[in-house]
Each structure stands twice: as C-alpha cells, then as structure tokens.
Design a protein around this ligand. Sequence first.
Ligand SMILES: [Zn+2]
Length: 207
Amino acid sequence: MPLEVMDTVKKEKPVAKKFRSFEGLADSTFVRLADFSDDFAYDMRYATENNFLKAKVYDCAECYTRVKTAKALVKANKEFNEHGVKIKFYDCYRPNSVQYKMWEIVPNPQYVANPVKGSIHNKGGAVDITLVTLEGEELDMGTDFDFFGKRAYHDNLDLPQEVLDNRLLLKETMERHGFWSIRTEWWHYNLSAASNDKVADFKWKCN
Ligand SMILES: [Zn+2]
C-alpha cells in the first residue's frame, strides 16, 4: 500500500499500539520496557537534576533492563494492577560509564556503588521503583526516592500504618516475582537471577 494511503487509513482508524514480544529474545538482551507495555509510569530522576546528585547523568530518560528482568517486571505489574496500582520507575539499567559519572560527583560508597566493582543496576537487574494509582498518583512510601536515612529503611516500623502497608504491598509482590530488597532503600529491587551477570556498558540511543 502506498505511504499516503497508509497515512489516511491511520488517521481514520487509529491502529492499536503494537508492542514487541519477548519471544526469541535471549534473557541477557537489553530491552526498553516501554516497547513491551504501556502499563508502567516513569520518572527517570537521573535524567533530570531532581536527584541527590543534583546533576543530570543521563542524556535522555529511558528505562532499559535485561529481558529476564523486564519479563519479571511485566508480571509483577499485572499483579499490582489487580490492586489498582502500577509500577513507577525512578531508575533502571545504568551503564557502567554513568556509574563512573555518579562516582565522580559523590565518591562515597555509602551513597554510590563503586564503579570498578559495579552494582546490579549496571548488570541490568536492579530497578528503583514506587507505586502509583492507575491515574498516576503516588502512594505514600514515607520518604522521597533516594532519601538516605532511617526513615527509608524496611526495618523501620515507626511509620504511619498506610506507609507500612504500601511498602509491604510493593515488597511482597516484588519478592513473589523473583526480586529481593535491600534493608536501607524501600525503592530498590534486585532480580535474584541477575546477581551473576556481567557489569555492562550498553548505551541506548537518544533522539
Ligand atoms: Zn537502586
């Protein structure tokens, strides 16, 4: 069909958005979450200055992970949807060169993983997330993303019941889908199956 005709057809009847399928993709391949589902929300903080570094370390806001991480996230999000909420991403796969940039700004292992060793974010198996309603309103998790302090700890139970309930929903659902949490950051989740993957420096294209 000539291009002009296709354009006309598109205008008259908008075609449903076509998503990519995981079929035939190796578990270690890097993929863009938004190509597989539009049921996620995004607030990629490190592509802005609204983060604890006060610096924009990504050229553009994209959420990439390895295929096995993406598959687990899509499944977990389906379960969240049953509760009327969905995942919102703050950070996903982080190229090792970006880890070096962050380390240059804050060379303190308490806040930034040493780039020489790398972190699971650099392996494509970690995500920083929260939950929002299907309309996009954030659930109260007690602190903002990257709040470094006791209030962000999973074992700090001195918080309003609503906050504890929200964190528990996030944690239990993620754990059911193969992720584990770290004690000091309520937003950080590692895919267990990613621990032994290699640190990567794949970089996505920005338009
Ligand atoms: Zn993280």
